[in-house]
Write a protein that binds this ligand. Structure first.
Ligand code: AMP
Ligand code: TRP
Length: 344
């Protein structure tokens, strides 16, 4: 049976959306819209694996929705919704928990980073986070998942869960009409020159929402002056830019800024170095500022405009949630049959 192409991805509503989220994920969401039906999910259930202030969670959920819309996601043709609206995510996550092995979850590096030294005191939800993520994707039988590089391991786990489910229940998948297994193995799409944007203050650390210094990241809500200030202050080294990509090796900060330029200009690092190879940062940085402001400031302005229309945002999420639920509940009925749950 031919499986229809379907795209799913998620972003957590926790704090500041930044350039890493934009270039690593959201830009690719916008591109994928041309190729297949897409679901873009604000994953509020993932967010609460670390305690969130409920009012801030609501505000961040609206903000991520506004960012999706401002970046150019079409909420009519595709689906934007918040995860908690569709009960199937939690339901299927339970089944994924029963398929996934403890040994698989023990290998997850993000859990180790987030739980830190006091692992005994981390929430069970934080540990099971990748299983919920697998459920998100599998619930829609999604085939393609655009994400940044840091989510690669989680998607491999989602594939392992899908594969084990299909093989544990092969006879039953077949009985209910799916001889090749019910879940397609989701394909991670980690592409472009900016799959891992680094901090502007330290080229060895990922740009992140949780980094205390706001100078380390460009927030999607930053205005032109803030963008310019942060890029001008961004850490560099004393050498001029190299003329080929090889020359960026061991120059984390230079590599990062060239990658950001390439991603914003929708080109690759080699072409950027073709233009700027041999130039000092004093020449490259103003060009980067100009490009970043040109590309990002309109998104910030549009986010602000959309954020003021709370009724519109709520309508997008409600309508998206209803359409997502239609797909989810259809799939979940089959999954329940396959695992042997009685239903009328
Ligand atoms: P999160 O904010 O953790 O929900 O991440 C949302 C999306 O942004 C995921 O696809 C991440 O892989 C991506 N992402 C987060 N930080 C970065 C970064 N520094 N560089 C590239 N992609 C990122
Ligand atoms: N874990 C992802 C992140 O932090 C967010 C996410 C949750 C996701 N569910 C997903 C991404 C499903 C892709 C598909 O970035």
């Amino acid at each position: 049976m031919k499986i229809e192409k379907r795209v799913f991805s998620g972003v957590q509503p926790t704090g500041n959306l930044h350039l890493g989220n934009y270039l690593g994920a959201i830009v690719n969401f916008v591109e994928m819209q041309k190729e297949a039906p897409c679901l873009f999910c604000v994953v509020d259930m993932h967010a609460i694996t670390l305690w969130q202030d409920p009012d801030e969670l609501r505000a961040s959920t609206r903000e991520v929705t506004a960012a999706f819309l401002a970046a150019g996601i079409d909420a009519k043709k595709h689906i934007i919704f918040n995860q908690s609206r569709v009960d199937g995510h939690a339901y299927l996550a339970w089944i994924c928990n029963c398929v996934a092995r403890v040994g698989w979850l023990n290998r997850m590096t993000q859990f180790k980073e987030k739980a830190g030294k006091d692992r005994e005191n981390a929430s069970l939800g934080l540990y099971a986070y990748p299983s919920l993520m697998a459920a998100d994707v599998l619930l829609y039988r999604a085939t393609h998942v655009p994400v940044g590089d840091d989510q690669k391991q989680h998607l491999e786990l989602a594939r392992d869960i899908a594969q084990k489910f299909n093989s544990d229940f092969d006879e039953f998948c077949e009985r209910y009409g799916y001889p090749d297994g019910f879940f397609p193995l989701p394909e991670p799409m980690i592409s472009g020159p900016a799959t891992r944007i680094m901090s502007l203050r330290d080229g060895t650390r990922k740009m992140s929402k949780s980094e205390p210094s706001d100078m380390s990241r460009i927030n999607l809500t930053d205005n032109a002056d803030e963008i310019a200030k942060k890029l001008k202050k961004a850490k560099t080294d004393p050498e001029p830019l190299p003329s080929d990509v090889e020359g960026l090796k061991d120059r984390a900060e230079a590599d990062n800024l060239v990658g950001i330029y390439a991603a914003l200009a929708k080109t690759d690092k080699a072409s950027v170095l073709g233009e700027f190879g041999g130039a000092q940062f004093s020449k490259f940085k103003p060009a980067l500022v100009e490009l970043a402001v040109e590309k990002l400031a309109p998104i910030a302005a549009e986010m602000k405009r959309i954020s003021e229309d709370r009724a519109y945002i709520e309508e997008v999420l409600k309508d998206g949630g209803e359409r997502a639920n239609e797909i989810a509940s259809k799939h979940l009925r089959v999954v329940k049959d396959i695992v042997g749950f009685l239903q009328s």
